[in-house]
Design a protein around this ligand. Structure first.
Ligand SMILES: [Cu+2]
Length: 142
């Protein structure tokens, strides 16, 4: 009996089966990946609002006592339905009045009478796609 010859056939058939199974798995994964991309692309196009530019910048030290706050977003935001809250290192927080928008993607406010210390602006904005996003910008006053 040829043991090697007896093994060759089933092994090669197994390999053949395995390789076509791998191809099928790969094909399914590829189709899934394409489907995921197709579903995600329109959402990326109308992305949630994220800060693309700000003043103060993150961890910036600025001159007090009055600080002009500006945040530019990657999309249009609704200033009337957005908030800026200033927090101090003493865990106090107070809302800042958002000024009338001079540009649809930008929000501004004014923080006044800030003594030297650490602060943060907690922002929450409503983008025109209906999504709310939030974040914070820590900064210091010298
Ligand atoms: Cu969104």
């Amino acid at each position: 009996m040829n043991l090697v010859g007896a093994e060759v056939c089933p092994t090669s058939m197994k390999n053949l089966f395995r390789s076509s199974l791998i191809q099928n798995v790969f094909r399914v994964r590829l189709m899934t990946a394409i489907a995921v991309v197709l579903v995600l692309v329109p959402r990326v196009a109308s992305a949630h609002a994220v800060v693309v530019q700000s003043s103060p910048t993150i961890n910036e030290t600025v001159q007090g006592p009055d600080v002009a706050v500006t945040m530019k977003f990657n999309s249009r935001v609704d200033g009337k339905r957005s908030t800026f809250v200033l927090s101090t290192s003493e865990s106090e927080s107070k809302p800042l009045a958002i000024e009338q928008q001079s540009a649809p993607d930008t929000l501004t406010a004014r923080a006044t009478r800030l003594g030297p210390g650490k602060y943060a602006i907690h922002w929450q904005v409503l983008a025109t796609d209906g999504h709310i996003t939030r974040g914070e910008i820590p900064f210091s006053v010298k």
